[in-house]
Design a protein around this ligand. Structure first.
Ligand code: NOJ
Length: 737
């Protein structure tokens, strides 16, 4: 089945031959992505494909139906061009991996690559060719629900995760039947929506875009990503769907991207609702002229492009230019030769034990130890009476997390199950306490396959609260599993507050008041303002939404079989009202460190609850011998920074060495700190490793707002290396002309 790669000349030849034989209607159809069964009231996908073909089909997850539609495309449609089947495979297909924010917390690109390679293998076995991932939006506002889908707040970490995910999804051979085409989304700036409200406008300077929001997209292109998705919102008053500067000037002109761009769902139609286009014709014309190849689901291209060509508003050349990269992808992937999927393959692939192992390993590496007073963790396996309390302790949905694959039924090892499997001889009591719910239901609830229980009445919630107290009272140790349901982060899931929803904190306080040791395990897809817990609960493990093996991974860490080594990829604010809060701000004229006139709120500190990069371990580490290879370099040259990391504790563990710089003056004000390198190392007790980083023009240049171009200034730099963004081990160097 595996085909050898075609040369680009062969690809172009085949694409040209196809184009020559295609009618205008067929070309337009290649620019359309149409929905599966539940799409709209118009003709079904099969009918459209038979008449004129289709570029792609989405929102369908059924191998037999893929094959049926593909047979129509190959045998009954005029040109016999295969369809690309697309779906959101965001963090796993059958084996669900930790959500992307959690994977970023591993600070280990190998976790991202391996997770997405398994996701690709399973999804492709089901007949899916193309995933709508990775999601590369830098997000600095924890209220924004979609922060869970990305790698957090930092462009350096985000770029490393972007490239690794592309490699995992696509591999290096487009004909590989175990890989899928990746899609870098949402281009660009979506994570900076005003107030953290989903889809709200984004106003970002060119400097912010180029220095912060674009780098992960550029990293994805370097890694070979085959497609892009435009974002929904207005970027500086121009919808990203029809933003020529983004799609033509930057993406293709500057970066040389030669794949294709799909809109977000209904994005072309939304140009009307966004008050940008006059009507469907106008929307189709302006989106196409801006460089948008494929219309996801809105039918506006299907309904208007042919007329626009016929009346001379668009030329056939413009249409061909948009169709060409879509056909090229189909040719490169070998879909003409191998259009169908073996309907028995998925069950075999999904049963592979290595995939489950990968899921458990990824979850272990993603978790972040936030607090461990007096070494409460790891727990002893001879622990006698344990109570597990909380609405998420036995929730498969919360364990697998947000962005479930269309039609997927959750099948996770919950924290309760993981703990029971770890301690088979120990009686573990369990009570969920009051359930938690969104104030308004999630609009995607209708796609949920599990049965919806009626929401608890206040009386039922009170009874559940009391039962939880009684259950805790009978135990010697309480493990509380709190946080957010799966539908509380993700799309349509922005929040005004970052507090634990519902009565969870009240329950945590009441159980803590019993005076027993309490361990808090958090399952959530965004930073939470757990201020009370951070001061009063002795042990806190941020487990995120750890995926289908998540419960085992939590048990592995709580009982010391695995030493946690993850680090926060986002700042945890003390309060939702403090968002956006991130470490790489520029300095104020009254820096936080100044003695008296500090810039802060008068009613609360603006420092984070937990800083970016933070995470503890069961062992301790020391950084020493920070060395910079030269005190002075010429612009364009590089320095090497080295540091020794030593495990100074009693057990083996992982530390992430993080290098931050600050340029002290320049053409523009520069961030107080910027991450420029990181390395996760595993060290035995007493062992040291020298970690080295290079700082050269790529790390030291930036897009200057005042100069309107890339600059590398002659200036002095401070640098720090340590275990988080507050690292104190400091050195410096100077760049001269
Ligand atoms: C809307 C989301 O914004 C996008 O991320 C997703 O890929 C599409 N819908 C398709 O489901």
């Amino acid at each position: 089945m595996r085909k050898t790669k075609k040369s680009e000349a062969e690809v172009a030849k085949q694409v040209n031959a196809l184009l020559e034989g295609m009618s205008l209607a067929e070309k337009v159809a290649q620019l359309a992505q149409i929905g599966g069964a539940a799409w709209n009231d118009g003709p079904g996908a099969g009918e459209i494909i038979r008449e004129q073909g289709a570029g792609s089909v989405l929102w369908l997850n059924d191998t037999a139906e893929f094959n049926r539609l593909q047979k129509i495309a190959m045998e009954e449609s005029p040109s016999g061009i295969p369809v690309l089947f697309a779906l959101d495979v965001i963090h796993g297909y059958r084996t669900i991996f930790p959500v992307p924010l959690a994977v970023a917390a591993s600070w280990d690109p190998a976790v991202a690559e391996r997770s997405q390679a398994v996701a690709a293998k399973e999804a492709r076995a089901a007949g899916i060719h193309w995933t709508f991932g990775p999601m590369l939006d830098i997000a600095r506002d924890a209220r924004w629900g979609r922060i869970v889908e990305g790698a957090g707040e930092d462009p350096c970490l985000g770029s490393a995760m972007a490239a690794a995910q592309v490699r995992g999804f696509q591999g290096d051979d487009p004909t590989d039947p175990q890989r899928v085409l990746a899609c870098a989304k949402h281009f660009a700036g979506y994570g900076a929506s005003e107030g953290g409200r989903d889809y709200d406008p984004v106003d970002l300077s060119e400097a912010q875009l180029r220095n912060v929001y674009f780098p992960p997209f550029q990293a994805a292109i370097k890694a070979g990503v085959g497609s892009f998705m435009s974002a929904y919102m207005d970027l500086n008053n121009v919808p990203a769907t029809s933003n020529r500067w983004l799609l033509q000037d930057v993406l293709r002109g500057e970066w040389g991207f030669d794949g294709f761009v799909v809109s977000d769902a209904f994005g072309v139609g939304n140009l009307l609702t966004q008050g940008f286009a006059k009507d469907g014709r106008d929307a189709a014309q302006r989106a196409l002229e801006a460089g948008l190849n494929m219309d996801m689901a809105s039918s506006v291209y299907l309904e208007n492009l042919a007329d626009l060509v016929e009346d001379g508003s668009l030329s056939l050349d413009q249409i061909d230019a948009m169709v060409r990269p879509i056909l090229a992808v189909k040719v490169r992937m070998g879909l003409f030769e191998n259009p169908y999927t073996d309907e028995t393959l998925l069950e075999k692939v999904a049963a592979e034990p290595e995939s489950r192992e990968a899921g458990r390993w990824a979850a272990q590496r993603s978790m972040v130890l936030l607090r461990n007073q007096d070494g409460l963790l790891p727990l002893s396996k001879t622990q006698q009476k344990i109570a597990v309390i909380g609405p998420l302790a036995d929730s498969m949905e919360a364990t697998e997390g947000s962005w479930m694959v269309f039609g997927h039924t959750p099948a996770a090892v919950t924290v309760l199950e993981g703990l029971r499997a770890k301690l088979p001889g120990t009686a573990i009591a369990y009570a969920p306490g009051p359930e938690i719910n969104r104030d308004v239901p999630h609009p995607f609830g209708e796609f949920n396959t599990s049965e919806r229980k009626p929401i608890q009445t206040p009386e039922e919630a009170e009874a559940a609260f009391q039962t939880a107290l009684e259950t805790a009272a009978g135990a010697e140790l309480v493990i509380m599993v709190l946080g957010e349901n799966a539908d509380m982060s993700g799309e349509f899931a922005s929040r005004g507050s970052l507090d634990l929803p519902g009565r969870q904190e009240e329950l945590l306080k009441a159980i803590s008041a019993m005076g027993k040791p309490v361990v808090l395990v958090l399952l959530n897809g965004r930073p939470l303002s757990i201020n009370w817990a951070a001061e009063h609960v002795p042990a806190i493990l941020e487990a995120w939404q750890p995926g289908s093996q998540g419960g085992h991974a939590v048990a592995d860490i709580l009982f010391g079989d695995v030493n946690p080594g993850g680090k926060l990829p986002v700042t945890f604010p003390r309060n939702g009202n403090h968002a956006p809060l991130y470490y790489a701000r520029t300095l104020t004229h009254l820096p936080e460190e100044s003695p008296r006139y500090r810039s802060r709120y008068w009613d609360s500190p603006t420092t984070p609850l937990y800083p970016f990069g933070f995470g503890l371990s069961y062992t301790t580490f020391a950084f020493s011998h920070l060395h910079v290879s030269a005190a002075q370099i010429k612009a364009g040259a590089s320095v090497t920074v080295s540091v020794d990391v030593t495990n100074t504790g009693q057990v083996a563990g992982d530390e992430v060495a993080q290098l931050y710089i600050h340029q002290k003056w320049g053409s523009d004000s520069r961030p107080r700190r910027e991450l420029k390198g990181f390395a996760r190392v595993t060290l035995q007790p007493g062992e040291s490793e020298t970690v080295t980083f290079s700082l050269g023009p790529d790390e030291l240049r930036y897009w200057s707002a005042s100069a309107g171009r890339w600059v590398q200034d002659a200036a002095t730099f401070d640098l720090w290396v340590g275990s988080d963004s507050t690292a104190t081990l400091q050195a410096g160097f100077e760049v001269v002309e």
